[in-house]
Design a protein around this ligand. Sequence first.
Ligand SMILES: *[C@@H]1O[C@H](CO)[C@@H](O)[C@H](O)[C@H]1NC(C)=O
Ligand SMILES: *[C@@H]1O[C@H](CO)[C@@H](O)[C@H](O)[C@H]1NC(C)=O
Ligand SMILES: *[C@@H]1O[C@H](CO)[C@@H](O)[C@H](O)[C@H]1NC(C)=O
Ligand SMILES: *[C@@H]1O[C@H](CO)[C@@H](O)[C@H](O)[C@H]1NC(C)=O
Ligand SMILES: *[C@@H]1O[C@H](CO)[C@@H](O)[C@H](O)[C@H]1NC(C)=O
Length: 449
Amino acid sequence: MASQRCILFLSLVVAIVLFYTSWYPCSFHDHDYESSLKKAYTRCMETVKDFMFQDSIVIADDVALRATKTFDVDSYGAKGDGKKDDTKAFKKAWKEACSSTKAAVFSVPKNKKYLVTPIKFKGPCKASLTMQISGTILASTKESKYKKDERHWLRVDGVDNLQIEGGGVIDGNGAVWWKKSCKVDKDRALTLYKCTTLVVNDLTVQNAQQIHVSFERCDHVQASNIRVTAPGDSPNTDGIHVTRTQNIKISDSIIGTGDDCISIVNGSKNVQATGITCGPGHGISIGSLGSDNEEAHVSDVRVDGAYLTGTTNGVRIKTWQGGSGDASNITFQNINMKNVTNPIIIDQEYCDQDGPCKEQDSAVEIKNVVYKNITGTSADEDAVIFKCSEKHPCQGVVLQEINITQEGGDDAKAVCNNVKLTYIGTVNPRCPKNIVQINEHFKHMVTVE
Ligand SMILES: *[C@@H]1O[C@H](CO)[C@@H](O)[C@H](O)[C@H]1NC(C)=O
Ligand SMILES: *[C@@H]1O[C@H](CO)[C@@H](O)[C@H](O)[C@H]1NC(C)=O
Ligand SMILES: *[C@@H]1O[C@H](CO)[C@@H](O)[C@H](O)[C@H]1NC(C)=O
Ligand SMILES: *[C@@H]1O[C@H](CO)[C@@H](O)[C@H](O)[C@H]1NC(C)=O
Ligand SMILES: *[C@@H]1O[C@H](CO)[C@@H](O)[C@H](O)[C@H]1NC(C)=O
């Protein structure tokens, strides 16, 4: 019986191969071909559990579908002793991995520490690529090496179908930078620039110069099991930064730094964050947007499932006066906070500069923001702050099932300026009731300030 099924399976494989080669004679590595073959194979394996040649089929599967070539930095002369500069070996290994016609693995072996100066991992590459980072990559502090491009240390540029994994550590050696930190043009430890179809899984990034991981102009990104750590007083050390990036999901990650846990800025759309543990730091932020009168657009952001502890903000939207554009369709839900200074905050008068910001008429508009099932404690009396613009009030803000008390147990308060707000279910704290209407149709309270 089993061998009959085996013959059936092999005939199926032959049939598929013939079918596809007749249609695509030159593209034997076509993805559809691989996936349908794999599907047929998986289906067959499911029905033939006791298949006697299972092992040999699995090996055949590996050879046929996942043939890879490994480019180990050690084979290119890297020492991995944490002292010798291994930059050259990394560059050589990358160059060959990227020009490999077979799927390539750029490998940084475990239990070793590789000291490197700035490196650009430039694409496009010929085949799909995996960066297997199992050891530690440590930033050199040799200042002269950063002169050419002060903003980037490890920069992956224009690589599609990239997978970064391996459980290793990327260490920005940031203490030297923190002492002379400057707010403009933040330095990044790991930059993923213009990457399409990117998977980052199981990686520790620590003590970055400033921003730890930055996704810039990427599309279709999955980032999971990322651990980011830096001291709570290290300046501008955002955890994960998302800019001009679409269709990104960040999941199951633990972030504690001296700045935003996750910051989502201009040009980002369809951003999901789930299973995020955050603290210390400044919380999960959309913005800042609209500095220097710029136009900004952020939409379809969903933070679903987060635990924040001891952060200065919980979930925040911050925009400067004088900008334009919008931040819209944003949901923050299923979030628990402990001793967070500003658990829920929209600040349309954000001003992070020396001296006051002048009052301006235009603003980045804020529309359709839902806060749902957010509980916990606030370090400050004001747990909910809506500081919206008079000329461009925040619209479509919903508070649903909110319960935030002060850390000591006292009731918390809400501060609400220029916000069009709807309550659903039990909401605590609520805005002071100066103008309250009952919306009969929706059977819940509507506050218009
Ligand atoms: C904001 O993002 C959009 C879309 O990605 C881009 O065209 C625009 O130049 C960005 N604006 C600024 C000031 O960076
Ligand atoms: C926000 O959602 C609404 C309703 O689903 C939709 O009509 C609108 O186009 C969305 N806005 C953006 C900027 O995606
Ligand atoms: C509310 O959020 C918490 C996490 O803070 C979650 O454990 C709980 O299941 C959520 N409740 C509902 C009804 O979704
Ligand atoms: C709560 O946070 C405040 C301010 O960040 C801090 O001073 C206080 O010690 C914290 N309390 C607890 C119980 O952690
Ligand atoms: C709100 O939270 C407090 C403290 O965490 C708790 O004692 C109280 O029962 C909660 N209220 C509701 C309505 O869930």
